[in-house]
Design a protein around this ligand. Structure first.
Ligand code: NDP
Length: 429
């Protein structure tokens, strides 16, 4: 993908967009067969993915455009049912592109496994005993998954915590062993669970306790991805609002979310509006990413904003987002779901770390899109205009009626299903 800047994409028909992407060498004929077939996820494949299958559940797949991240262009597949998300991400990506693009980084690719030990006679003594055997335990974990080590990954560290140390603690004391594993390009849940389970007998012998849970933590705080953007105020100017007014409005909106969990949860939902569609389109586990993101937002004891927005001495708006990113480019359903495979091809990322960085950049863009709208015209103007087509369809409009009714709803500033039903009846007369 040479460029993610495709002017006029929004105004094309679906067929024109597909043809254009084919001429841009984004697809091959085999790819298009999957994407355009009536059954992009064959029922047979679905039946092998989960239990009690009766069909599949399609979502719209759109492309987030204009993204430039660390100097590389990305067309970003986004699977989502909510209108205005893809448009808003692409709009902000264009602004950020004109400001030099997003910069991103990761802290590494290390996922966390947890092993719970109860019933030890002296938790402090066994903690020391486990730490003494740290290297042996790491070797044992790696022996349970040699192919990962051959790829350059594997277990690399181990920590021990004692929970409920206080004698008046409501719950019993326990030893929690954290196993840190470089899972390379896999999300790594099954890899880590296999390793943690393999260590259980050795740990029981070492501690004299009983091992209960042996499972991945969905808060992988050694697998963080970060995105940053620096935007001169003149790029933020919109309608009657100066760039400085937009910038200050965004910062005030952030300060509200940073101070109030009731606002933070909606602010963060807006960030996940960008993140989940990419996680879903790429066949990743969005429940894992959601759970980790919200845990990270509460890491200092109060649930707060996932992003930060500030201004520098030159008056530029600075946005930053850091989140755990337990996503992969292999494993799980990624190599099974035909559209997920195609999404990876369209994204053209070379590693799980790169995918994580793209995803946080989309989250940061989505947050700015929402805050910019909230700080200026309000969210409804743009959102409802895009929502009007869904309202028209919900009211029974079909074919050319959809555009006509959606336009009337916007003109009459009444984007409601009741009003749309009246217009459908009027149209049919
Ligand atoms: P897999 O079990 O599919 O393991 C990934 C496999 O990919 C590895 O076994 C490896 O096979 C292969 N592989 C090929 N190339 C690479 C590479 N470059 N880097 C790493 N591995 C590579 O998936 P995961 O362990 O990632 O688990 C993800 C799945 O687990 C998701 O579907 C998730 O929903 C689910 N899950 C989630 C849980 C949670 O979030 N709490 C709990 C349990 C499951 P080999 O080495 O054998 O060649």
């Amino acid at each position: 993908m040479e460029t993610s800047r495709i002017p006029g994409f929004y105004n094309m028909t679906v067929e024109e967009r597909r043809q254009l992407l084919t001429t841009m060498d984004m697809f091959t004929d085999d790819d298009t067969e999957y994407l355009f077939s009536k059954e992009p996820l064959p029922t047979d494949t679905a039946d092998n993915m989960i239990e009690n299958v009766i069909g599949t559940f399609p979502l719209p797949l759109g492309l987030g455009l204009n993204f430039q991240i660390n100097g590389k262009d990305y067309c970003i597949p986004m699977a989502i049912e909510e209108p205005s998300v893809v448009a808003s991400a692409s709009h902000i990506a264009k602004i950020v592109r004109n400001a030099g693009g997003f910069t991103t980084e990761t802290t590494g690719r290390v996922m966390t496994g947890q092993i719970q030990v109860v019933g030890c006679s002296d938790f402090y003594a066994v903690k020391e005993a486990v730490l003494q055997e740290k290297d042996t335990l790491i070797d044992a974990a790696n022996n349970a998954y040699p192919s990962l080590v051959n790829r350059g990954g594997g277990a690399e560290d181990l920590e021990v915590r004692i929970l409920n140390e206080a004698s008046d603690a409501k719950y019993g004391q326990m030893l929690i062993i954290h196993l840190y594993v470089d899972t390379c390009d896999a999300m790594g849940a099954n890899i880590i669970n296999t390793m943690a389970e393999s260590l259980a007998p050795v740990i029981e012998e070492l501690t004299g306790g009983k091992v209960y849970l042996r499972i991945l933590s969905n808060y992988p705080d050694r697998c963080l991805a970060r995105a940053r953007c620096v935007i001169p105020p003149d790029l933020l100017q919109t309608g009657d609002f100066s760039g400085e007014q937009v910038r200050d409005g965004v910062i005030h909106a952030y300060e509200f979310a940073a101070s109030d969990p009731y606002r933070a949860v909606t602010h963060n939902k807006g960030i996940m509006n960008g993140i989940d569609p990419v996680v879903i389109a790429t066949g990743n586990d969005w429940r894992a990413v959601e759970a980790g993101a919200h845990a990270h937002a509460a890491r200092e004891g109060m649930y707060t904003s996932m992003t930060t927005w500030s201004r520098d001495e030159q008056g530029n708006l600075i946005g930053e987002l850091e989140l755990p990113m337990s996503v992969g480019t292999v494993g799980g359903s990624i190599n099974v779901h035909p559209i997920a495979k195609l999404a990876h091809k369209m994204l053209n990322v070379n590693s799980a770390q790169e995918l994580g960085q793209v995803i946080v950049a989309v989250g940061l863009a989505q947050n700015l899109g929402a805050l910019k709208a909230l700080a200026t015209d309000g969210i409804q103007k743009g959102h409802m205009a895009l929502h009007s087509r869904s309202v028209a369809i919900a009211a029974g409009a079909t074919g050319e009626m959809i555009d006509m009714i959606s336009q009337r709803l916007i003109e009459e500033k009444e984007i409601r299903v009741g009003k749309a039903k009246e217009l459908v009846e009027e149209y049919k007369k």
